[in-house]
Every structure is written in structure tokens, then in C-alpha cells.
Design a protein around this ligand. Structure first.
Ligand code: 5CA
Ligand code: ZN
Length: 479
């Protein structure tokens, strides 16, 4: 515990660091920059969040696998734009013991070049396609920009990467659409709002035809990329010569997509719902969904504790994750503080009045509202409240984000808003890179790309050059 103030809205970065440590989620003090420890409580949250993602992938025909960590330099180098971008970003293994290796190995920064040589062995004919694999692993990137807990790590210890193989470009395009839908469902389930944009060519994934990204807005007005979907075309299959036999007996290179979500998705959940008291966990991802706290009263201690124990049993039977806090050395107030900090969605208090009324006092973590309810049907009441809370969290987060996406009609205004970190700006654009870069002439500003989440006919002039606009373009100060 610490007495340092956590102010989410005025000091987001500081708030986030403090909350991670104080709530027992992540310890960032490991002696290698950009590496951290998932603490037991944080690890449970991480697993719950990623289980949602696994379920969505499993139910759409993906299969989980596990590939090796190391990549021979010769394999990494096969796709030229990929290696150009990633060689500077790799950690390299150069020795086995004291012996220098003949070919050095990269720790995977991502796994296209790990998977491709295996696909070459596995894929024979059109009957082997599509092949939809994913893995949840750690990847390593020698990030040169400021590292931040969970958000920009050098060991990204939580990284879900999906890799798919297809017979045609059309099928790969369909897969990109499915991946976008899976990611939408995932972020909707945890109540994280987003905008989806097609990244400009100069910012696509190295080796991709094009990249689509999900971005959210942090409390300080900066955007954060929380997931990406790439159409890789035949770039890797040509580099690794991965072919299949068509129905007509011809050999063709396969078409590929890949899409990734990292621990940033967890950072997003903690960030959008948290407040000055700590984290606020959506019931689905909370390791403890309900905490029961007795309010001691002279002469009634036994009765109160017994009622608490009975409630715990009932709720557990109903499948609710319950914690009973009977610690005798702590006041109810310090218990409230403890569980509020950790974001437990619902608190049940049992005091003398509740006993008399055969009831309980329930407090919601998100609104801190208290309500009295009956013990009869308590499990149902709690489940309904958790559903309501999830819906409220989602709506509140979306409303907040929607107020921070601004349509502006001229470049000056857009730049001013970016400089003041007011979120995402949208202007009309002719599509020229030069005009895109003009929007980026504010320290740290980035073009997020063209909306793919809303279809909109545009009619007007490019905010930069006044030529005819062909689309909207989004910009933000990005993390
Ligand atoms: N092979 C593709 C798809 S798996 C790939 O690597 N895409 S990526 O480079 O865009 O990474 C996927 C996602 O990981 C990004 O959208 C971003 O949200 C997250 N990410 C990237 N670098 C880091 C990092 N250093 N720390 C934490 N998360 C990261
Ligand atoms: Zn223009």
C-alpha cells in the first residue's frame, strides 16, 4: 500500500504505474528494461481476458498451437521488407555456451518466419486449406521508444498471434473481415471502445499488403493501438516458396493473413474502466467477482460471520467467484479500500441491520452505489447486477471515447486539437502521403488511417491541399 495519490485524469501514466503495483497486477522493477512480472492477481486477470479471446478464436475455426521461440537469421531474412524493419528490433542469440553460433538466432519479434517453413512441409493441396492457427506466447522487440508497463514492453509476455493460410486472395480478404469481427466481439465483451482504421501504406506491417488497426483513446488524449489485422498477400509464401496444388493440378502460392493482440488489451481494460480509487474490473474478467465483508457488532459477531459464510456458499454454488474477508485484524473500512483498489465488482456488507431484515447491503464498484436487498434470491440479484454493470461500463466507456473523436474542416484546427491532446481528429483527405504527413507535423502526431468501421461517402476538399478528397483520415498523438 502507498499514500501516493492516483489521479487517473490528470496523471494517467503515473496512475497506471501505481495501480499496477498497488493492486498486485504487475511489477515493473525487474532489472532488464521493458521486462516485468505478472503478479498472481494480475496473472488471473490476464488469463481471464485472454480466455475470452481464445474462446472467440476457437469458435471460429482457429486452432491453438505452439511454435519455437528462436528464428535462424537466414529465415528472418527471407522476406526483404520484413527483415529490413525487424532486424534492428530483434534480440539476437549469438552464442551456445561460450561457442559463437555459425548462424545467429533472433528471439521472435513475431512469428511469420517461424511458421512459413513449417507450412511448406504441411501444405500440399487445396484440401489442406484454409489453415487457421494461433499461439499465445511472448515475443521480444528491442523497442527504442520509451518503454511503458504492459503498453510497450521489450519482452511482450502476452502476445496472441493468429496466422492463416488460404487458396485465394478473396479468401484471405474474407479472413481479414472475420478477424475484424472477432476483435470487435472481444473488445465489446470487455467494454473497451475503439475506432478501426486502415493504416496508411507508410505505416503498414512490414511484409503486409495492408494493415487494419484498432485504436482506443487514453485518459490523456493519446491514442493506443490495441490490435492489428494484416493481409500478407503472397509476400511470405513467395519468399519461403509455400505452394499448394489447385483442383486443376497447378501449383500456386498460398495467401496469408495474420492478426495480433497483446497485453495492451489488458492495459486497455484497466485504463478505460479504472478510477482514482484503483482498477474497476468487468465482472467477466474479475478473479473475484464478489467480496463479502462482515460489519462487526458487539454480541452479534458469530451470527454475522455465519450469515457471511452461508452467503459465500450459496453464491459459489451459483458459479460466482466469491471471496469472504473475515480478517479480524482489519477494520471494514480498510477492507473496502483493499478490494476497491483491486477492482472487485461487487461488495456485500453484512451488519446487524442486514441480519434483522434478512437482507444484505450491496455496493457496486463502478458507481459506489449502495443498495439493500433480500437474502432470498441473492445469487440471481447479483448476477443481474453484474450484467447491468457490464452494460453500464461499456456504455460509459463508449460515450467517453465518442466525445473525443472530432470531425474538423481545416488543418489548423486539427493540429491545435492534436497539440492539446483532445483525442482523435478526422479530416477530409485526398489520399496523398504528402498530405498525410502534413497532418503529422505536430510532435508525435500519427495518421491512424482511413475509417473501416463506418462507410461514408465524402464530398469536399482535402484539408491539407484543397484537392478533391477521396476519404476521411484519422490522426492522433499516438502512444
Ligand atoms: N504478426 C503481426 C500480427 S500478430 C504483428 O506482429 N502485428 S503487430 O506488430 O502490429 O503487433 C500486434 C499488436 O501487438 C499491436 O497491434 C500492438 O497492440 C501490440 N504490440 C506491439 N508491440 C508491442 C510492445 N512492444 N508491447 C506491447 N504490445 C505491443
Ligand atoms: Zn491532399
Amino acid at each position: 500500500m502507498t499514500d501516493v495519490k492516483r489521479e487517473k485524469w490528470s496523471h494517467y501514466g503515473r496512475w497506471f504505474r501505481r495501480v499496477l503495483i498497488d493492486a498486485g497486477i504487475l511489477d515493473y522493477r525487474y532489472p532488464i528494461k521493458g521486462c516485468a512480472v505478472w503478479l498472481p492477481y494480475g496473472f488471473k486477470i490476464r488469463n481471464n481476458v485472454f480466455q475470452i479471446l481464445r474462446n472467440l478464436l476457437d469458435s471460429t475455426g482457429h486452432e491453438e498451437a505452439l511454435f519455437p521461440l528462436m528464428i535462424p537469421e537466414t529465415a528472418l531474412a527471407k522476406e526483404s521488407s520484413h527483415v529490413r524493419s525487424f532486424e534492428e528490433e530483434c534480440f539476437w542469440v549469438t552464442h551456445g555456451g561460450t561457442q559463437p553460433l555459425k548462424i545467429k538466432y533472433a528471439l521472435r519479434p513475431t512469428s511469420e518466419t517461424v511458421i512459413a517453413p513449417m507450412l511448406k512441409l504441411w501444405i500440399r493441396s487445396h484440401a489442406d486449406l484454409p489453415l487457421k492457427l494461433y499461439q499465445v506466447v511472448n515475443v521480444f522487440r528491442y523497442e527504442t521508444r520509451a518503454t511503458r508497463p504492459i503498453i510497450r514492453m521489450r519482452e511482450v509476455s502476452t502476445f496472441k498471434e493468429a496466422h492463416t493460410s488460404h487458396a485465394t486472395l478473396e479468401e484471405a480478404e474474407e479472413q481479414v473481415k472475420e478477424a475484424v469481427e472477432v476483435y470487435k466481439d472481444f473488445f465489446d465483451e470487455v467494454g473497451v471502445p475503439y475506432r478501426i482504421s486502415r493504416r496508411p501504406d507508410w505505416d503498414k506491417f512490414p511484409g503486409a499488403l495492408y494493415s487494419i488497426a484498432f485504436d482506443m483513446i487514453c485518459p490523456d488524449g493519446r491514442s493506443l493501438q490495441i490490435g492489428t489485422v494484416h493481409n500478407l498477400g503472397q509476400n511470405f509464401s513467395k519468399a519461403f516458396d509455400v505452394t499448394y496444388e489447385t483442383e486443376e493440378g497447378k501449383q500456386e502460392h498460398i495467401w496469408q493473413t495474420c492478426y495480433g493482440i497483446s497485453g495492451r488489451a489488458i492495459a486497455a481494460v484497466l485504463t478505460v474502466h479504472g478510477d482514482d480509487y484503483g482498477v474497476v474490473l468487468p465482472p467477466k474478467v474479475a478473479p473475484t467477482q464478489v467480496v463479502i465483508i462482515p460489519i462487526p457488532y458487539k454480541g452479534m459477531e458469530k451470527q454475522i460471520n455465519k450469515t457471511c459464510e452461508d452467503i459465500a456458499v450459496t453464491l459459489k454454488k451459483a458459479g460466482i467467484r466469491v471471496e469472504l474477508d473475515l480478517r479480524a485484524d482489519l477494520t471494514p473500512g480498510s477492507k473496502f479500500y483493499h478490494w476497491d483498489l483491486r477492482g472487485v465488482p461487487i461488495r456485500i456488507e453484512i451488519g446487524p441491520k442486514d441480519i434483522k431484515q434478512k437482507g444484505a447491503t450491496i455496493v457496486r464498484r463502478d458507481t459506489l452505489e449502495r443498495q439493500a436487498c433480500k437474502l432470498i434470491g441473492l445469487a440471481t440479484t447479483i448476477k443481474e447486477l453484474m450484467n447491468k454493470m457490464m452494460e453500464d461500463l461499456r456504455q460509459k466507456a463508449w460515450k467517453w471515447m465518442d466525445r473525443r473523436v472530432h470531425r474538423v474542416d481545416n488543418l489548423e484546427k486539427a493540429k491545435q486539437m492534436l497539440a492539446r491532446r483532445e483525442g482523435i481528429v478526422e479530416v477530409l483527405w485526398c489520399g496523398d502521403a504528402e498530405c498525410g504527413h502534413k497532418l503529422e507535423e505536430v510532435a508525435g502526431a500519427r495518421v491512424l488511417g482511413v475509417p473501416v468501421d463506418v462507410e461514408e461517402k465524402v464530398d469536399g476538399e482535402c484539408a491539407m491541399c484543397r484537392k478533391k478528397a477521396t476519404s476521411i483520415v484519422r490522426g492522433a498523438i499516438a502512444y
